[in-house]
Design a protein around this ligand. Structure first.
Ligand SMILES: [Zn+2]
Length: 277
């Protein structure tokens, strides 16, 4: 059994939402409730729990409940997962977690500064005991039994800077902080008008995303030559964290996205024979 955790002290962060384009203040408060609770301070402190049944995806992973939503949860959730933080109040005065610099590193730094506080409650790991493969158009997602939590991700883009990238690693706090957290969100300049027409990427900029034109990167230098696939792993950790437990298994994704990630999460939670329950 593994201990539940919260943070030692409050964390304040603020910044723009990459989709909404609005400035938001985020306050993470220690809690002993054993769950993640969101509080919309701009809506009379309307509260809702992080609940997989209320999660939807569209360019980001978001919570939709009581007629409102909180978008772009995935980077913060990935950080909470690797630090083992499962008990927290997240106060926010808008509908989107700030994108910060497009990566998870600002959240990592804030949690390291605040410190972790173990709670008396315990949690069990979820262990994959039977493999399964999902295929959807050219996307694939599969999982297999393993001795620890591993991810293998591969992507293919017809773009000279990305092309084929593949990375496999064991996910733990150390590997996450050094190999995954700094990898930023990326997007293509040519997609921006269509995204904005749907009310998405309104806050995206050269300061909070790796932006590519037809030939190369126009937002400065990359943090890793394969920053793109590393960011996909970050998004996947955030999505898999919605299982609500530490994970043991090897998760493999090829050209996948939030929607297929979430299908796998629902499948595992609805088919306990695959997780040995
Ligand atoms: Zn992302």
């Amino acid at each position: 059994m593994i201990k539940k955790n919260t943070i030692q002290k409050e964390i304040h962060l603020s910044g723009v939402g990459i989709h909404s384009g609005k400035m938001v203040d985020l306050l993470l408060r220690p809690s002993s409730s054993g769950g993640i609770i969101f509080r919309r301070t701009d809506l009379d402190n309307l509260e809702f729990n992080l609940d997989i049944k209320k999660i939807e995806t569209k360019s980001s992973t978001y919570l939709a409940s009581k007629g409102c939503k909180i978008q772009t949860l995935e980077h913060l959730l990935a950080v909470l997962y690797v630090f083992g933080i499962d008990s927290l109040i997240i106060e926010i005065n808008g509908d989107e977690i700030p994108i910060m610099d497009g990566s998870a590193s600002p959240f990592v730094q804030a949690i390291v500064e605040a410190g972790i506080k173990p709670l008396s409650g315990k949690k069990r790991s979820i262990k994959v005991v039977k493999p399964f493969v999902f295929r959807e158009k050219d996307e694939t997602f599969s999982f297999y039994p393993a001795s620890d939590f591993k991810i293998t991700y591969s992507i293919e883009y017809d773009h000279p800077v990305i092309q084929r990238q593949k990375l496999s690693l064991s996910v733990n706090l150390k590997s996450f902080v050094t190999e995954i957290a700094p990898a930023r969100t990326f997007g293509f300049l040519k997609d921006v008008p269509a995204l904005r027409a749907q009310g998405l990427a309104l806050g995206g900029s050269l300061d909070n995303a790796v932006v590519l034109d037809e030939k190369g990167v126009i937002s400065g230098s990359l943090r890793y030559p394969d920053e793109f696939v590393r960011h996909k792993i970050l998004d996947l950790i955030g999505d898999l964290s919605l299982m609500g437990s530490p994970l043991i298994g090897h998760f493999k994704a090829h050209k996948a996205g939030h929607s297929l990630h979430l299908k796998a999460v629902h499948f595992l939670l609805n088919n306990p024979a695959y997780i040995g329950v």
